[in-house]
Design a protein around this ligand. Structure first.
Ligand SMILES: [Zn+2]
Length: 494
């Protein structure tokens, strides 16, 4: 299986085999050689097609890390088939799956792309359409924050590592923090926001009246994942979270978490994603006192029972600093993704010496909750692109209405409609180049929800001819406008 591939690689460059093996249903070989490029892979594939009696398909290639050599290696994943027919069947299925792949959809719908060689594989660039989607998601979370009383802050992307040393992240996650040396000072790109949010709490003397103290931030954090683990938007280095922190005392716990969970359930309903809850309990190496742990776990259990949601207990899988609830969502392809998480933390306020003055005038340590609803926007965009197979619901669609004047004569009328829609914050475009069939097809392949053709008939009747996801109907203009506004406001799915 491996020999032909190794021969093929060596035909083009000097490459020593470091490791070979099977992972799930595909084979891999790690080579000690220079970085591989797409050209190399194409050449290797061609060589295999012409010289091997087996039928090879190279699936992917990436940099990997060899612990034994302590250096980067190049990994090639591949499959081998006995017959040409088997190979072709596989390639066909791969092509179908690709059409649902968020990397393919991201490129096709002009949402994002990744410049692997120039910028880096975990660092996506979101185009205009991607920025609109993320902005709509932020608006959704801002409404939730409003209801829950979370207010936004803005904190920098880098910090002296002093902060991470205080919080304990440095010691635990140093190899995942991007470090920058500046004169005599070491800085790091922030891997999480919590310590900075706690410093905002700490900037004033706080009393029990200030609790629960609720902070939110749409912040990009940076974490160094092994580059072999990076995958489109679902595994990245720059992670923009809808991050939330709450500083509180035990007495607020039940009410606060219950309200958060209710909102999380509602958010996922909007996308038609099923949720499953996991409660992770006290691990062996826990810190803090047993009484607090028991109280917190009991409270979390009660909340899940009272809300009547499905949940599973993950014994001893909590973080060392507190129990947590992870929320897995199931997409249209029955795949589970862990997105939202709610973590209790008995430790960090103590590490950063965060206190409040209680009713009895004594200084006390609060506890804190970390939570995110969508998790990271990058990952979430990747997941919903696949979940909806690119056909985003109206409220999320970067362009909601395409207006197609039948000929130049009707451009004025098209412009008028465009302006009326834009005034109502509906995202519209006018397509006037090419035949009408071509333009309809163009809008359809970009999954634009509403496609409106304007011609003589439409102007005379005052009705619009509308194509919505393949079905054709006619509707009065004013009626259409109020219908679409309503649909967007309610964030309806199709
Ligand atoms: Zn946090």
């Amino acid at each position: 299986m491996y020999e032909d591939l190794i021969k093929a690689v060596n035909n083009f460059l000097e490459a020593n085999v470091v490791e070979k093996g099977k992972k799930e249903d595909k084979y891999f070989v790690d080579f000690d050689c220079r970085v591989l490029y797409k050209d190399d892979i194409e050449k290797i594939q061609k060589y295999l097609d012409e010289n091997s009696k087996f039928h090879y398909v190279i699936l992917s290639f990436s940099s990997s890390f060899s612990k034994s050599l302590n250096k980067a290696t190049q990994r090639i994943y591949f499959k081998v088939f006995e017959t040409k027919e088997e190979k072709e069947k596989f390639l066909k299925e791969l092509e179908e799956a690709k059409k649902r792949d968020h990397r393919y959809l991201g490129e096709k719908l002009d949402i994002f792309h990744i410049e692997e060689e120039i910028i880096g594989s975990g660092l996506p660039l979101f185009h205009f359409n991607g920025a609109i989607i993320i902005d709509e998601l932020k608006k959704l979370i801002k409404e939730v924050n409003n209801r829950l009383g979370y207010r936004e802050v803005i904190t920098p992307h880098i910090s002296k590592t002093f902060l991470w040393k205080l919080s304990g992240h440095y010691e635990k996650y140093k190899d995942r923090i991007f470090l920058i040396q500046e004169d005599d000072e070491e800085f790091g790109l922030k891997p999480m926001n919590c310590p900075m949010h706690l410093m905002i709490f700490k900037s004033r003397v706080r009393s029990y009246r200030d609790l629960p103290f609720r902070i939110a931030e749409f912040a990009t954090v940076y974490r160094r994942e092994q580059s072999g683990e990076l995958h489109g938007l679902t595994r990245v280095w720059s992670i923009t979270q809808d991050d939330h922190h709450c500083v509180l005392s035990m007495e607020h716990l039940k009410d606060e978490i219950k309200r958060i969970i209710n909102e999380i359930i509602n958010v996922y309903k909007i996308f038609g994603l099923d949720v499953k809850f996991n409660l992770s309990t006290r691990p062996e190496n826990f810190i803090g006192n047993l009484e607090d742990w028991e109280f917190a776990e009991k409270t979390l259990r009660e909340i899940l029972e009272e809300l009547n949601v499905k949940y599973e207990i993950k014994e001893k899988e909590g973080a060392f600093y507190g129990p947590k609830i992870d929320i897995d969502v199931k997409d249209a392809f029955n795949r589970y993704w862990q997105l939202a998480t709610i973590q209790l933390d008995f430790n960090m306020p103590r590490r950063l010496d965060i206190t409040y003055v209680d009713k009895d005038n004594k200084e006390k340590y609060p506890i804190m909750i970390h939570f995110a609803i969508l998790g990271s926007f990058e990952r979430f965009v990747g997941i919903i692109l696949e979940h909806f197979a690119g056909k985003l619901p109206l409220w999320l669609a970067p362009i909601q209405v395409s207006i197609l004047p039948l000929s130049e004569k009707y451009e004025e009328e098209a412009k008028k409609l465009f302006e009326e829609l834009t005034k109502e914050n509906i995202r519209a475009e006018i397509l006037s180049e090419g035949t009408i069939e071509y333009r309809v097809r163009d809008a359809e392949t970009r999954y634009i929800p509403y496609i409106i053709v304007i011609g003589k008939k439409e102007i005379e009747s005052g009705n619009l001819t509308i194509r919505y996801r393949g079905t054709l109907f006619s509707m009065n203009k004013e009626e259409f406008k109020s219908k679409i506004i309503e649909k967007i406001r309610n964030r309806e799915r199709d």
